[in-house]
Design a binder for this molecule. Structure first.
Ligand SMILES: [Zn+2]
Length: 325
């Protein structure tokens, strides 16, 4: 997760520690007129498994597509937009696996190869680690039945210095191609507060507002119970290394929150283990059983419609998205 791992040095690629805090990013600011679609059906967080209660259920299918590249005649499409290889697994592996299982198309955009995600850049120079992490990403997604991934190949750790308009446009192009019904990405908190996370969430949210506002937009979060149960481990790996206010959402306010059933928890563990350069040592330290439980819950909240509305109302419709920020 680019800083969500254990911030100590040892042999082998380990997560980069980002020591410097960056100022909080501006809240996302879609232009006025992008609120169409925000009044879709309110999902029922208690509707249980499978997830995705954002519209009518697909009709019974007799066949399921084998590849994620085909959504099938009634399948839906989930698009995840993330910063580093492993973000998608840690935050949404269960969601992706559940969607694939019911025949939905799942597509992932990853902004960087995470090539600086090590404290041993001598053994793992960027080019070598990038190749390693790209392979890990594909293997991880394959464990979930996902084979569509778009790598934007921005340099790890530089997303907040990239041209927002260009990056937003690139993600918007994917959205136009893929036509997702559900988009998941980082909220303004960036989960860990990593500047790459915050930037990618802003790009994806702006792209959604421009090109796909009818889609559901969800941000990952955690519940108070997660913080109570796993606070010590979270602190131990420096999960909130750049985050003064770790995201926490009451269960009643989640659009979707699940303790993954055994089979999906197993798939998620496999997906996380595939990101060996980032997760291997932590899994070894805490044990697979504990690690599996630790990341077994996945929680999402809807993009904050009220905040989006308040900001967009103050911005002339002709203003560019970035000018609005
Ligand atoms: Zn990350």
């Amino acid at each position: 997760m680019g800083g969500m791992g254990r911030p100590t040095s040892a042999a082998g690629p380990t997560p980069t520690r980002v020591a410097r805090m960056t100022p909080p990013a501006p809240a996302v600011a879609p232009v006025a007129g992008t609120l169409v679609g925000l009044t879709g059906p309110v999902a029922d967080a208690t509707s249980g498994w499978p997830p995705g209660p954002w519209g009518p259920r697909p009709r019974r299918r007799t066949r399921r597509p084998r590849r994620s590249g085909s959504a099938g005649p009634t399948g839906r499409t989930l698009l995840g937009v993330w910063a580093h290889p492993d973000d998608e697994a840690l935050l949404s592996a269960g969601l992706m696996a559940a969607h694939r299982r019911r025949g939905d198309r799942v597509v992932v955009v990853t902004a960087t190869a995470g090539e600086h995600g090590t404290e041993d850049p001598v053994t793992w120079p960027p080019a070598r680690l990038a190749a390693c992490r790209r392979a890990e990403l594909r293997a991880s997604l394959a464990a979930l039945g996902v084979d569509e991934v778009h790598l934007l190949d921005y340099e790890d750790g530089t997303c907040d210095r990239q041209d927002d308009a260009v990056a937003t446009m690139r993600i918007a192009q994917v959205m136009e191609e893929v036509q997702p019904e559900l988009i998941v990405t980082f909220g303004p908190d960036g989960v860990s507060g990593h500047p790459d996370h915050v930037a990618v969430g802003r790009w994806a949210t702006d792209a959604w507002a421009r090109t796909r506002p009818s889609a559901e937009l969800w941000y990952p979060t955690f519940t108070p119970r997660f913080h109570r149960t796993w606070g010590e481990l979270n602190d131990g790996i420096g999960l909130w290394f750049a985050q003064p206010e770790p995201p926490s959402t009451a269960p009643a306010d989640l659009v979707w929150g699940e303790r993954l059933p055994d089979d999906l928890a197993d798939l998620k563990l496999a997906a996380l283990e595939a990101h060996h350069s980032q997760t291997g040592r932590v899994i070894e330290q805490v044990g697979r059983t504990t690690y599996r439980e630790w990341w077994r819950h996945e929680s999402f909240r809807r993009a904050d419609v009220v905040a989006l509305f308040a900001r967009s109302a103050a911005v002339p419709a002709s203003a560019g998205i970035r000018q609005a920020a």
